[in-house]
Design a protein around this ligand. Structure first.
Ligand code: NDP
Length: 252
């Protein structure tokens, strides 16, 4: 069996690559020899650190400050990547936010910003990238979902709705793009050790751990490996799937 994952020289876009899971994804693809461009929203210092660490080891990593809620900014940035790299092989829609609260306490902006980022951002990026992949008759799109897309969680109506939408979006786009030889899949992490989950881990870490079959929180690298698989040639016959990386959390 061939052991080359087929990622060498691939042009990859990762949204939200400056921290957490996105950073681990950027670094894994860069280690594979891919040409990676990641987008971030505000944190230029974190983004620069990722680029500098990659450059120091001769990896190909570039960053762009692109808010995924801004459709025209996404389109323009995707064109810049396409012009520079000649093609776009892989899109990882990773950027996401959380604004947990019980329904009655949610502000309008808590609902709007979560849906605009987690769902709107995925639409904006897919609509910018897919025309390139259609011309190429090749491409792989991987969306970051969450265990919350299937498993109910207190105070997560806005976030759960956004991730349930991502699961549905993934299946529908997989149907649409299969004739064009483009695969669309999602990865649904459980509780992963990043800034996003810090409050939950601080407030109820032991309770949550008791519900995770493998009795540990996930690492960003655990999730990056699943994204790597779905982007690799090993997953050429996989589309429309939501792969849970949650230590068995959704089963408890
Ligand atoms: P972090 O909060 O650690 O990092 C979020 C990243 O997304 C940052 O790079 C941030 O940029 C970027 N980002 C946020 N909003 C935007 C925007 N509007 N435009 C562009 N970039 C943006 O998140 P995680 O690494 O924990 O999560 C990554 C993905 O995994 C998300 O989709 C999340 O929903 C999902 N997930 C995470 C889980 C967890 O336990 N951590 C569990 C299940 C799913 P900047 O640095 O500039 O702010």
């Amino acid at each position: 069996m061939r052991i080359d994952a087929g990622l060498l020289g691939k042009s990859v876009i990762v949204t939200g690559g400056s921290r957490g899971i996105g950073r681990a994804i950027v670094e894994l693809f860069a280690d594979e020899g891919s040409d990676v461009t990641f987008f971030y929203r505000d944190n230029a210092k974190a983004a620069d650190e990722v680029v500098q660490a990659a450059t120091a080891t001769s990896r190909k990593v570039a960053s762009e400050k692109v808010d995924v809620r801004d459709a025209s900014a996404c389109a323009a940035a995707v064109e810049r990547v396409a012009n520079r790299c000649g093609r776009i092989d892989i899109l990882v829609n990773n950027a996401g936010i959380i604004r947990d609260n019980q329904l009655a306490a949610l502000e309008d902006d808590d609902v709007r910003s979560v849906l605009e980022t987690n769902v709107g951002g995925v639409f904006n990026m897919a609509r910018a990238v897919v025309p390139h992949m259609i011309v190429q008759r090749a491409g792989k799109i991987i969306n970051l979902s969450s265990v919350s897309g299937e498993k109910g969680g207190r105070g997560q109506t806005n976030y759960a709705a956004s991730k349930g939408a991502i699961n549905a979006f993934t299946r529908a786009l997989a149907v649409e793009l299969a004739p064009r030889k483009i695969t669309v899949n999602a990865v649904a992490p459980g509780v992963i050790e990043t800034e996003m989950s810090q409050d939950v881990r601080d407030a109820a870490g032991d309770v949550v751990l008791s519900k995770i079959l493998l009795r540990r929180f996930g690492s960003p690298e655990d999730v990056a490996c699943a994204v790597w698989f779905l982007a690799s040639d090993y997953a050429n016959y996989v589309t429309g799937e939501v792969l849970h990386v949650d230590g068995g959390f959704k089963m408890e």
